[in-house]
Design a protein around this ligand. Structure first.
Ligand code: BES
Ligand code: ZN
Ligand code: ZN
Length: 493
């Protein structure tokens, strides 16, 4: 998709169709320009309402406000609507005098995210015809108007939304195709295409050499061998080092603690943390952020078989801690325990893991919201703030010392499940905390993206299937960190 910013009135711009956002509250006051047409179309301004007017080739999309996420939703709905009419170009206004860059960002993100389709397995493809979007700045009259900052915001928005869509592609791909080996090939390929990225792949022998006993045990029953993927981006004079760790279970059958069949479908999405980590570093590199960024992915399949790891097994993790296995379906934390230990060897300033770790997180926060956990209030809050800006929903879940005790094992240093079924998202997070060294405790965040990672009932601008959860939240967080460091004025973000 092509975006152009034009310092022209919208009526003076040539395009096949016009997208008009209608503020619901304005509709009540009836002052908007096309109110007669809207009346004729029976447009009520209800949530997510879309109306198409053939007489002026205009798509009207209702929006509750001009807050960024309402804009993303409205334009995404409008883009879906253009599909039916085969329009190739569309024009749209910026809708603000106050925050043109934020609006430009939201418009572009909403359009790129809304345009996503995954039709790889469909015989009949219905590709989006819309290719050119022309953005008019006509309603912006402030003297300090800076079209460069708008253009820059648009370029950034394209990178971030495309990285999100790329994560969706990884997750949506069927498990027989996106195996650990293929995921590694995907990462390697990406690093070939983006010059500033490097990629190291560790196979099962590497994991043996690294004594990653927990990670190896999870992968053992699968005929698909595990891979550790290490992507790195090291710009000159990098100011900080960020390490992202992604859970890359290309399939989670539950292992011997087998999942019931209705819970097993959609478990191709257990690689969502990996898909996010791969695409956060892609976005960071394309945005040319002045930070060193690493992504470590533990890719494996959790399967059953004669050599499967078992409940009652005791595993020795890379950091030498012994783990009693009481449930083979709590496998993500085992893979992450070893990957987090590996990641700390890189001496990160900030360490963030992303994982579809627990069903309990979905119970706690609902299916739209990710859980943020960790030991630093400041860090958790910073992620929550950036997440809100990015349009991803995230809530902080607080650790406590009583939950910590629930992971005690009678036979090993720690059990892989808690003795209580309550607070499962937190006990999983606390399990991971046991693999974080003291010096990194305050620098670590755990993001449980189990709720929003996979969409079974479309919502907002998220179609059926993967949502790319984690990509926007973490990329905005990195960007916000950069702006904070450089104290760039809020309006210019
Ligand atoms: N991959 C699942 C968690 C999950 C559930 C992700 C639903 C997405 C949607 C994870 O490996 C798992 O099975 N966790 C168990 C933990 C339990 C055995 C302590 C769970 O949540 O039931
Ligand atoms: Zn599991
Ligand atoms: Zn899992």
């Amino acid at each position: 998709m092509n975006f152009k910013v034009l310092d022209k009135k919208i009526d003076d711009i040539q395009a096949d169709c016009t997208i008009v956002l209608v503020l619901n509250k304005d509709l009540k006051h009836r002052w908007i320009k096309d109110s007669k047409i809207l009346k004729k179309l029976g447009f009520k301004g209800e949530n997510d309402e879309i109306a198409f007017s053939p007489e002026n080739d205009t798509i009207y999309a209702s929006s509750d406000s001009f807050e960024s996420d309402d804009i993303r939703c409205a334009v995404s709905n409008a883009v879906q609507c253009t599909k039916k009419y085969n329009y190739k170009s569309a024009k749209i206004g910026l809708y603000t005098k106050k925050s043109p860059t934020a609006n430009a960002r939201a418009l572009v993100e909403g359009i790129v995210l809304g345009a996503y389709t995954f039709d790889k397995y469909k015989s009949k493809k219905e590709p989006l015809t819309l290719k050119n979007i022309k953005i008019s700045t006509e309603d912006y009259s402030d003297k300090s108007f800076n079209s460069d900052s708008i253009k820059n915001a648009i370029d950034e928005a394209i990178i971030i939304a495309e990285a999100t869509n790329s994560a969706k592609d990884i997750v949506n791909t069927a498990p027989k195709e996106m195996t650990p080996k293929k995921l590694a090939a995907f990462a390697k390929n990406m690093a070939k295409e983006i010059e500033s990225l490097n990629c190291f792949i560790g196979d099962e022998n590497f994991l043996e050499k690294e004594k990653m006993g927990a990670f190896l045990a999870v992968s053992r029953a699968s005929s698909e061998k595990p891979r550790l993927i290490h992507l790195s981006y090291k710009p000159k004079d990098a100011k900080k080092r960020f390490v992202f760790v992604g859970k890359g279970l290309t399939y989670d059958s539950g292992g011997l603690s087998l999942k019931p069949s209705e819970h097993m479908v959609t478990m191709k999405s257990d690689k969502s943390g990996a898909a996010a980590a791969i695409n956060i570093i892609r976005a960071a590199a394309l945005l040319k952020l002045p930070f060193e960024v690493h992504s470590i992915i533990g890719a494996a399949e959790n399967m059953i078989g004669g050599n499967a790891y078992k409940p009652d097994d005791v595993l020795i993790a890379r950091n030498k801690k012994s783990i009693e296995v009481r449930n083979t379906d709590a496998e993500g934390r085992l893979v992450l325990a070893d990957c987090l230990d590996f990641a700390q060897d890189l001496k990160p300033d900030f360490l963030v893991d992303l994982a579809t770790l627990t069903g309990a997180c979905v119970v706690a926060l609902g299916e739209y919201t990710s859980g943020i956990m960790g030991n630093s209030e400041e860090l958790k809050n910073s992620m929550q703030l950036s997440s809100a800006k990015s349009g991803e929903l995230a809530g902080v879940l607080p650790f406590n010392k009583y939950l910590r005790k629930l992971l005690k094992s009678s036979v090993a240093d720690i059990s892989n499940i808690a003795s209580s079924r309550y607070g499962g998202a937190l006990t999983a997070g606390i399990f991971l905390d046991n693999f974080i060294k003291d010096e990194y405790k305050e620098h670590w965040l755990h993001l449980d993206i189990a709720g929003p990672a996979y969409v079974e009932k479309p919502w907002g601008y998220n179609q059926y299937g993967a949502s790319g959860a984690g990509v926007r939240m973490c990329t905005y967080w990195l960007k916000d960190f950069y702006y904070k460091e450089n104290s760039v004025h809020k309006e210019d973000k």
